[in-house]
Design a binder for this molecule. Structure first.
Ligand code: SF4
Length: 966
């Protein structure tokens, strides 16, 4: 032990400010402080922006805000460097050279809007489907999706299809809510927190605050299941470095252990799920696997107390969870629980069977199962709060199972992600741990009916030239009849969402859009309209192929195969060079915006909430908020909902006007707070002319508290269901029965087996029959199953760094100092076997291509997995970075070696690299091999030709200083 050193002997550490004049602390840091909402990631924290002499000087967290309570991360603090980025676009641009040449001409807004209007009007008057409108990290989807409906095109989606739609869809089709940012752990009461595949992006600050509470309380165990030990996993009490794509096996093995030990919450399953509902057992019949129902359509159960088959929900009934019975018409039926238990007890899901595939020792799996059971059944949490269930039955207290779970993209971005996420929800139900004290909790507006009642629009009967569609482009099919396919099975959408390739594609398939538009499949389009989606770079698989598709010409006509591309972005991203018309957006600090309950709100389990952004400084460039531009284009096109009877714009004040006056249905608008003429209504109420003022005065947010008696068991809690109905969150105060067994999936499987009026074409039948399984299921990810596992022995995944989010963050002057380039991280023993040392260059090869990158060795990673930070690599010449910037010279993307298509099957059919249920992009299915490479010139490969910058971007300062003063 070193000896203590007395103060007088300690070396004097030179202060960083030595020799500089002392700062004058009496000077005010700002002459104005404005509240608004952060947009540096998806978390939507409240911020206070300090402004002095008209320039932003500093951003701090808003302590009163429900999301972050004052907490601000590195990204949020660095927002002013995004705002003053030298990469900001300055004026509308028209392409003057070939696509990809970077040759543009600055034009006035009048010309830009007239050009866009002329292109779009011709489409709308002939065939509105020929507009494909896709947005990236868009936080105004309640507007953009509505606008697409008004235009009349079904070809709309935001980026959810390549983010975590498996997470959303599996949750919404199973428990009526989901993880993502739509639910949260009961941080105050949980005793065991199990987290799967979560990096530091969605719900970032709330999770950090929650983990802080767990650690402070000191009574809860935090287990993180993730191939990589970074971020949250680094502070977990136990890290389980699972092999990617095998989480479903792990979860099913946990369920098997709980079933074997009898550690299941039978009461919860009977009361709140369909586990007791009787399922028809009639192989070959057209009702096989469907629920038996009475003449009124009520599902039937076998009641143990009464000794007979009855409709569900009999007073004092005790529905059975096991045993075969016979209906009066002779059909055999069993409770759904019987089928689920039989599946989960299959020997293939035994702990010993899954140990090798998952990389988790069977003893660890058994111990985790025992710990879950102990927390759930031996440490129950009781809250002395009476409540009433939907039948009117009064309960003295709220009693819960304090096991909480959370999952995200690490589960979702696999081709088996939908079923893995469903399995996690089944595990929660078995433990009685959905929205009970100590468990996962819904955030309003969830739970919703399972699935939500909105259906996708885009059938032939829905589309007419010059007319809006009668409904939204995105929704939740419950049967094959609701798919968007022609009678011969041909998809009706460009991205093939809601077709037999991706029937439950709740968020669309953005990663299939460019290929579809280029190939003219299923039909040719005219204009691709993109908003903040960097599709020629980090938002696409097969980057080089995507660039080829964007620039490819029809040899017969000499015209581009994708005839027109309109793009809106705030920055000189890689995509700008491939657009024909560029509409420059503002930064998030220069516009009105809305985080709406109609889209992805900022609620917490105890409150409904929404928020706004306000312009805290005016734009200093000739740019316009995209939402304003969209509304103006709609008015110029004469979209009926966007013009008054006299043809003048309905919302002449732009998005702020729309936020206040637009009503989706009577009394329900974009903002739920301060409604009614006097601003005293919440949820439902007439428009309030002073609504935005009220939000600004309240720190730019509104929050309505869930009543104390309504805070748990929301799916069956009368007070909650009535409160949510009054607020306009759900249509009716009816119970939401958790779908332990999925009849919706079975309906699709029956179609594939030859039943019903709408059946898949022959080439899709076995795929639908296999993956539309109503029971929990695990299968090997498609790419892993298709390639030679010995030839490509490693998994390759990305992680989101805590300090960055998408490509906007990796051009930020402050954040670049944290991550200026990236490495391929390899487990030390794996690297040693390959003869790779720290800092060596390596080739990373997949079935699709290869990249050359630098290696970094570490211990905290699954030995069969390599990984890197996401979206740091940039193309030379873009984002106004120096030609020698680390991001373009040593930084890289795994996207280059990920294909948007799976390898061809024996019959030549090539499916997208997607989940077969939802179409979710399977980014994390990637398999690679690593070989040592020569360092060469010390530059990562591939390198694409440097792109010239758009005209009149400011000179790139050597140092971009705080406050934007160069
Ligand atoms: S977590 Fe996201 S929204 Fe919150 S401060 Fe950080 S970047 Fe902003």
């Amino acid at each position: 032990m070193p000896k203590d050193v007395s103060a007088s002997q300690r070396p004097v550490v030179q202060s960083w400010s030595a020799g500089r004049p002392a700062p004058d602390l009496s000077q005010p840091s700002a002459d104005r402080i404005a509240c608004t909402t952060c947009y540096m990631c998806a978390c939507r924290c409240g911020i206070k922006v300090h402004i002095k002499d008209g320039r932003i000087r500093y951003i701090e967290g808003n302590r009163d805000h429900p999301v972050n309570k004052g907490v601000l991360c590195a990204k949020g603090s660095a927002g002013l460097m995004n705002h003053y980025s030298p990469a900001r676009l300055r004026k509308p641009l028209k392409r003057t050279g070939p696509r990809g040449s970077g040759q543009y001409e600055e034009i006035e807004w009048g010309e830009a809007l007239a050009t866009a209007t002329s292109w779009l009007k011709a489409i709308r008057d002939s065939d509105p489907r020929k507009l494909a409108f896709f947005t990236g990290r868009d936080q105004s989807q309640a507007l953009t999706g509505w606008w697409a409906s008004q235009f009349g095109t079904p070809n709309y989606a935001a980026h959810g299809g390549f983010c975590s739609v498996n997470m959303a869809a599996a949750g919404l089709y199973t428990i009526g809510g989901s993880f993502w940012e739509f639910g949260e752990a009961d941080w105050e009461h949980t005793r065991y927190f199990l987290m799967f595949g979560v990096a530091e992006d969605h719900d970032s600050n709330p999770i950090k605050i929650g983990l802080g509470k767990l650690k402070t309380r000191g009574q809860a165990k935090f287990v993180s299941v993730n191939p990589v030990r970074t971020g949250y996993s680094a502070i977990a009490d136990e890290w389980i470095g699972i092999r990617p794509g095998t989480d479903g096996l792990f979860v099913l093995a946990l369920i098997q252990e709980l079933l074997r030990a009898g550690k299941i919450d039978e009461e919860y399953l009977r009361r709140y799920t369909n586990a007791a509902w009787l399922v028809i057992q009639a192989p070959g019949a057209d009702d096989d696997g469907l629920f038996a129902r009475d003449a009124a359509g009520q599902p039937l159960v076998f009641d143990e107390a009464l000794g007979k088959i009855t409709p569900v929900h009999q007073p004092n009934g005790k529905p059975s969870l096991a045993g075969k019975v016979t209906l009066s018409d002779g059909r055999a039926v069993v409770p759904a629980f019987h089928l689920v238990a039989k599946r989960c007890l299959d020997p293939r899901y035994a702990a010993e069977s899954v140990a090798e595939e998952t990389g988790i020792d069977a003893r660890v799996i058994k111990r985790i199962a025992a710990e879950l059971a102990h927390a759930a059944f031996e440490q129950t949490v009781t809250i002395d709060q009476p409540w009433t269930d939907w039948t009117g039955r009064r309960h003295d207290r709220m009693v819960g199972r304090p096991v909480a779970m959370h999952a995200m993209r690490g589960i979702s971005a696999h081709s088996n992600g939908f079923h893995t996420c469903r399995a996690i929800h089944v595990l929660q139900m078995i433990l009685g741990a959905v929205d009970t004290p100590g468990a996962f909790r819904y955030k309003p507006p969830f739970p919703r009916p399972i699935p939500p009642t909105i259906k996708p629009t885009g059938h032939a009967k829905d589309l007419y030239p010059g007319k809006p569609m009668p409904g939204p482009p995105l929704g939740f099919p419950t049967s094959p009849q609701e798919l968007l396919v022609d009678p011969d099975g041909t998809p009706r959408r460009l991205d093939k969402a809601y077709s037999w390739e991706a029937p439950l594609a709740a968020h669309g398939l953005m990663h299939q859009v460019i290929r579809g538009a280029w190939a003219g499949e299923p039909y040719k389009i005219d204009t691709l309209f993109l908003f903040m989606a960097n599709m020629s770079w980090n938002s696409s698989m097969n980057t080089a192929g995507t660039i080829d598709m964007l620039t490819d010409k029809d040899p017969a006509t000499g015209e581009y195969k994708i005839p027109r591309i309109i793009y809106s972005d705030a920055y000189a991203s890689e995509m700008v060079a491939y657009a024909d018309l560029i509409l420059p957006d503002t930064t998030y600090l220069e516009r009105w915006d809305c985080i709406s309950l109609l889209d992805r709100p900022i609620c917490d389990a105890d409150g409904a909430a929404d928020s706004i952004r306000q312009p805290v400084v005016p734009p200093d460039r000739d740019v316009r908020p995209f939402q304003d531009v969209l509304l103006e284009l709609g008015a110029r096109l004469g979209l009926s909902a966007l013009v008054k009877d006299d043809g003048s714009p309905r919302y002449p004040g732009g998005y702020a006007d729309y936020l206040v006056h637009h009503e989706r249905k009577p009394g329900v608008g974009m903002l739920a707070g301060f409604r009614g003429p006097a601003g005293d209504k919440q949820g439902v109420g007439a428009p309030n002319e002073r609504q935005l003022d009220a939000y600004v005065a309240n720190g730019c947010f509104w929050r309505g508290e869930v009543p104390a008696s309504a805070r748990y068991f929301k799916h069956a809690n009368r007070d909650y269901l009535e409160w949510a109905t009054a607020l306009g969150l759900i249509d009716k105060a009816e119970p939401i029965v958790l779908q332990f067994y999925s009849e919706v999936l079975q309906r699709f499987r029956l179609a594939a087996q030859g039943h019903g009026p709408v059946q898949p074409p022959a080439e899709h039948r076995s795929r639908i029959a296999t993956y539309f399984d109503p029971l929990p299921l695990w299968y090997m990810p498609f790419e892993e199953a298709a390639v030679d596992r010995d030839a490509f022995p490693l998994h390759a995944v990305t992680q989101r760094p805590m300090a960055m989010y998408h490509s906007w963050g990796s051009q930020n002057a402050w954040l670049r100092q944290i991550h200026g380039d990236n490495f391929l991280h390899i487990h030390r023993t794996t690297a040693s076997r390959l003869g790779v040392a720290d800092g060596d260059w390596v080739w990373v090869e997949s079935h699709h291509g290869r990249i050359k990158v630098r290696a970094k060795l570490m211990d905290g990673v699954n030995p069969h997995t390599v990984w890197t930070w996401n979206a740091i690599g940039k193309r030379a010449g873009t984002w106004n970075l120096a030609p020698t910037a680390g991001e373009s010279q040593q930084g890289f993307l795994l996207n280059h070696v990920i294909s948007e298509l799976l390898p061809p099957r024996d019959d030549g059919q090539r499916y997208g690299n997607s989940d077969p249920v939802t179409g979710q992009a399977a980014w994390y299915d990637l398999r690679v091999r690593i070989t040592k490479a020569e360092a060469g010139d010390g530059v990562a490969e591939p390198q694409f030709p440097a792109l010239p910058l758009p005209p009149h971007l400011p000179a790139r300062p050597d140092i971009l200083r705080r406050g934007g003063k160069p």
